[in-house]
Ligand binder design. Sequence first.
Ligand SMILES: [Zn+2]
Length: 274
Amino acid sequence: MPELPEVETIKNELLPHILGCRVNGVTLLWEGIVRQPSVKEFCSRLIGQRLTGLARRGKYLIFSLTSGEVLIIHLKMTGSLLLKPALTEADKFVRATLHLDKETELHFRDPRKLGVMWLVEDADSVVGKLGPEPLEAGFTPQVLAQRLANRTAPIKALLSDQTFIAGIGNMYADEALFAARIHPLRSGGSLSSEEVERLHRAIQQVLWSAIANKGASTDTYFRPDGTRGTAHFQFQVAHRLSGKFCPVCGTPIERIPIRNRGSYFCPKCQAQGV
Ligand SMILES: [Zn+2]
């Protein structure tokens, strides 16, 4: 699933190509991709608008429009946004195409059909409940400590909870916990202040490094030009590394389910209760 570094990369790489573009038309090949408003209204309100900005909040992309409304996109598990020259034939997984001026099209490709688009007046109606942005200046070790205090849920579950902290999912939660040497099942409130500082640093390090590597293409993530990111080559434990060995101590990496997601960790480096 695209997480913060993937969505940030998409935002950075789309922005110079789409800024100021007019939406000349919309083709919906899978109408279920529009969550709000109705499909008919979505198209009629979007067509004719210019894209005046693009921002990321958590795993959401927020396109601002001349009307003052915003187009919000969530790529969910398998979505990508591909920039194509005008009149490019859509492949079978493209669910929606925005026809822009300057001879450009934006293809929303999504094999599993889980991605969503909203056209709303107030972005907060969609993203208002998200937790803090982990790479913003306001996200300090103190903020993390306050949010963790008295929490009994496993730290892995908290890190992947979008209302606790925005943008982190399964892959980067595993990577951050490994870098901070914290067991994924530790309860949030049990972390010492030193561990909280280590985790804060690890979260930022892991996310910045993945952005520098243009995101992780473990399965269906593509950059807007159709190429793949390389962040997964830096992964120490995350994602499909079952049966591999810890790069630090050589112990076999373990996989346990936490809230129905596989969590990868080193049982020695991330010993429970340390
Ligand atoms: Zn280890």
